[in-house]
Design a protein around this ligand. Structure first.
Ligand code: SF4
Length: 239
């Protein structure tokens, strides 16, 4: 099956457990003001690849994956914009005994979502804001699907690592973080919470694409601010 990808990272270490073959799929419905991969947005960009060829490429890294308890991660962009491709890749990976991780913002709910989740071992769920109005301000879309997605994962007992990007003045309000922490504490399958400090490494891409970057003057949060956010998010978490 053909799919459209942005790039591949053969030995990723941050998108799930162990060493991972990370495939960044092309296309995203969100427009996060801090996105460090705006070159993944265009659904017609990237390159078309065949899932069998990707699997063959991935096989070269199987020893490293197995040795480190790693696997494959489908990221983006938003991988769920290409649900049939995700299902095909994950099904083939499960046949090979490979751990599968889906890195998503949960904003797209394709018709075959249940089938995809049946072959998904872990979800990295990016919750951008608990406040719907502020979520729309920083991503362009409502957070309703994302929160629904988290509940669906919980019902299906799928482990999730929740990620939250910390941007000063946008996502670091104490009340909002407490409320997001309360939401997380209502779930039973959150294995990990990661606070990702906003960084400026993708800025050159905004410039290259001629996009208006609202955050050029903004500094990344300090370690103390990241730790404080982490405490607020995890205070009531069920483990
Ligand atoms: S969901 Fe990810 S890829 Fe999409 S706009 Fe937001 S940060 Fe960028």
């Amino acid at each position: 099956m053909k799919g459209r990808i942005h790039s591949v990272e053969s030995c990723g270490t941050v998108d799930g457990p162990g060493l991972r073959f990370v495939v960044f799929l092309q296309g995203c419905p969100l427009r996060c003001i801090y996105c460090h991969n705006p070159d993944t947005w265009n659904t017609k960009g990237g390159k078309v690849v065949d899932s069998n060829e990707l699997i063959e490429e991935m096989k070269d890294y199987l020893p490293y994956m197995k040795f480190s308890n790693g696997g494959i991660t489908l990221s983006g962009g938003e991988p769920l914009l290409q649900p049939d491709f995700v299902l095909d890749l994950f099904t083939k990976c499960k046949e090979l005994g490979i751990h599968t991780t889906l890195d998503t913002a949960g904003s797209v709910h394709p018709a075959n979502l249940k089938e995809i989740l049946n072959v998904t071992d872990l979800v990295l769920l990016d919750i951008k804001h608990i406040d719907n109005r502020k979520h729309k301000e920083i991503t362009g879309l409502s957070n309703r699907n994302t929160l629904k997605f988290a509940k669906l994962l919980d019902e299906q007992e799928i482990p999730m690592w929740v990620r939250h990007v910390l941007i000063l003045g946008y996502t670091n309000d104490e009340k909002d973080l407490t409320e997001l922490g309360n939401f997380l504490s209502s779930l039973h399958h959150v294995q990990k919470v990661e606070v990702l400090p906003y960084h400026k490494m993708g800025e050159y891409k905004w410039e290259a694409l001629g996009l208006n970057n609202q955050l050029t003057e903004l500094s990344p949060p300090s370690n103390e601010e990241v730790e404080k956010a982490y405490r607020l998010l995890t205070k009531k978490l069920i483990r």
